[in-house]
Design a protein around this ligand. Sequence first.
Ligand code: HEC
Length: 321
Amino acid sequence: MKNIFKIFFSIWTITGIFLLTSSFSLSLNHAGDDKPWVVPESAKKLKNPVKATEDNVKAGKLLFSKHCKSCHGTGGKGDGSKSKELNTPCGDFTEKGFQSQTDGALFYKTKEGREDMPSFKKKITDEEELWTLVNYLRTFAPAGNKVEPDKQKTTVNEKKNTTENEVKKSTATEIQTTKEKVVIEKKDSAAMLMDSVSALEKSRIEGVLKLYEKALNASDTLAITALYTSNGIFIPPQAATAVGTDTIKASYKQLFKASKLNVTFSIEEIEISGNTAFIRAVSKGDHTLLENSQKVPEENKALILLKKINNDWKIYCYMFN
Ligand code: HEC
């Protein structure tokens, strides 16, 4: 009788302790915002397989605008429009404490989420995209990012800068000539201004094709889709037409699964009219079939329609044969 009582008593005590501790830890779970977010060591050590380049950081920016900006804000300061409705502050991505975390930790937090921070496991199923996002989060670091300089981009930007300077210079000349009332010279500088503006647009469009060529030869699906408008169209020969980012991405993925390209584009014609433009180009080179490593020469003709969106030229429709 005494023994049974003892057993009952200890079961009671154990249950009691268990209930106490679990309610204690439950209350800790809701204790507030300062609770450290523990990331498993193995997750912290995960290596980022996606190297940050200017192209894919751009892709990361698009993903951030779509999925994260509403809470974390355009500048990553945690001041997005939705942030006011949350119980938890979103954190400040520009802070040292945030940036000192490993890529693996940021990947883990984005993937798993907790409380007000949603899990993106199901919304962004392509892990490459999650890593691309992590690379974009790095750009919020106050000292700027460590994005590798992209030679092509730099040349386009340099060109842009010099042309812009020329535009500024010619505006200055224009003002001066007006002062001197030399009407003919003023007309000339206005024409020069128009010429340099269209030269600038042309070189920016050439830059888009250069980036496309680079991404194509690197089998970089993310960089390619970032060059398209969100409602873009890809019309490959003897295959289905792809419309919209996801379908276009799938279409290129399939292409890159089958072969590795090595081509060079040469432009035959560029026409610009307002916010639309087209390029007629020829691509020459070869592709290697991945199943048997056979190299096949190729030559294609391409017609590319572009649209200027937020001051960036984007591919709206790409057709080749
Ligand atoms: C609905 C609002 C919301 C959205 C959308 C959102 N977050 Fe968050 N995020 C939060 C909140 C709130 C926290 C703080 C969570 C906590 O500490 O418990 C947070 C925390 C984080 C952290 C950890 C911050 C730290 O200090 O370590 C990362 C990393 C992060 N978010 C990345 C992202 C990324 C990337 C996206 C988009 C793919 C995203 N978040 C979308 C609300 C959001």
